[in-house]
Design a protein. Structure first.
Length: 138
C-alpha cells in the first residue's frame, strides 16, 4: 500500500464534512487508501459515532487514489465488517444506497460484540476493484 506523507487529503476530508478528528474514537471522518492505492475512501457515521450493539449508518465517499481530491463518480461499493480475532462478521447484511456522485449511504451496520472490528469497503470501477480496511475498537 502506498503512503502519502501529506496532510492535505486529511484536511480535504475534514473540510468536506465539517468535522474534526480521524480516530474512530473521536467520531470524525476516517480515511484510508485501498490496498492497491487505486482509491481513497472516507467514511463517517451518520449519528456522529459508531454505537455498540445498535444499528447504525455510514456516509462513504470514494476519491481517486493518487490525488485524493477527485471524487470517483463511476464506482460501486460493497461494505461488510468482521472481527478478525474471532473469525466472524456481523449478524446483519448492510444495504448500500449509491447517490451517483461518488457518495454512498450504508444502512444496517451492527457491531454486536466488544473488541476489534474491521470495516471492509470493496470499491469497483469497471473491471478494477480494490479494498479499503478500517479498524476500530468497540
Amino acid at each position: 500500500m502506498k503512503h502519502f506523507g501529506h496532510l492535505s487529503p486529511v484536511f480535504l476530508a475534514l473540510s468536506l464534512w465539517g468535522c474534526s478528528g480521524l480516530d474512530p474514537g473521536d467520531d470524525g471522518p476516517t480515511s484510508v487508501e485501498t490496498e492497491q492505492g487505486l482509491f481513497y475512501v472516507v467514511y463517517q457515521p451518520i449519528s456522529g459515532e459508531v454505537p455498540f450493539n445498535e444499528l447504525f449508518s455510514l456516509d462513504i465517499r470514494v476519491y481517486d487514489g493518487l490525488d485524493h481530491a477527485t471524487i470517483e463518480t463511476g464506482v460501486e461499493i460493497y461494505v461488510d465488517a468482521m472481527m478478525p480475532a474471532h473469525g466472524h462478521g456481523m449478524n446483519v447484511i448492510p444495504s448500500v444506497l449509491p447517490f451517483g456522485d461518488g457518495t454512498f449511504r450504508v444502512d444496517g451496520m451492527l457491531f454486536h460484540m466488544r473488541g476489534e472490528w474491521r470495516i471492509d469497503v470493496t470499491v469497483t470501477e469497471g473491471s478494477d476493484f480494490d479494498i479499503a480496511h478500517f479498524t476500530l475498537q468497540m
